[in-house]
Design a protein. Structure first.
Length: 112
């Protein structure tokens, strides 16, 4: 099972977030979780199409990452352990603005 995490991070603080993510967060997360990928917005406007496209108040997510887990239970336990770990707490203490997350979404999907 894969967890797809999408964040709408404050665009005015996004550059500082990107530096922190690239220098500290992503290397730690990749070393400690089964990360499939971690993507940061490239600055190209999203293409929203379909039969009923709608304006999104916050726009499209500007951070997306995918983590592979054995189960939802493994995710709940594993993510909590990681977030409480001294290594992550140290990295989090240097976050440029932990309040910059305007919206966060976690979805769960089976690979096909």
């Amino acid at each position: 099972m894969d967890e797809i995490r999408s964040y709408h991070y404050d665009p005015e603080k996004f550059e500082a977030y990107k530096r922190w993510a690239l220098d500290e967060a992503v290397p730690f997360l990749k070393a400690n979780l089964n990360i499939i990928g971690f993507w940061l917005d490239a600055g190209i406007p999203a293409e929203v199409t379909g039969q009923r496209p709608s304006a999104m108040e916050l726009g499209s997510a500007n951070i997306t990452w995918i983590i592979r887990w054995d189960s939802k239970e493994a995710r709940d336990e594993g993510l909590q352990a990681l977030l409480e770990s001294p290594g992550w707490q140290d990295i989090w203490s240097r976050h440029p603005d932990a309040d910059g997350y305007l919206q966060m979404e976690a979805r769960f999907a089976d690979e096909v």
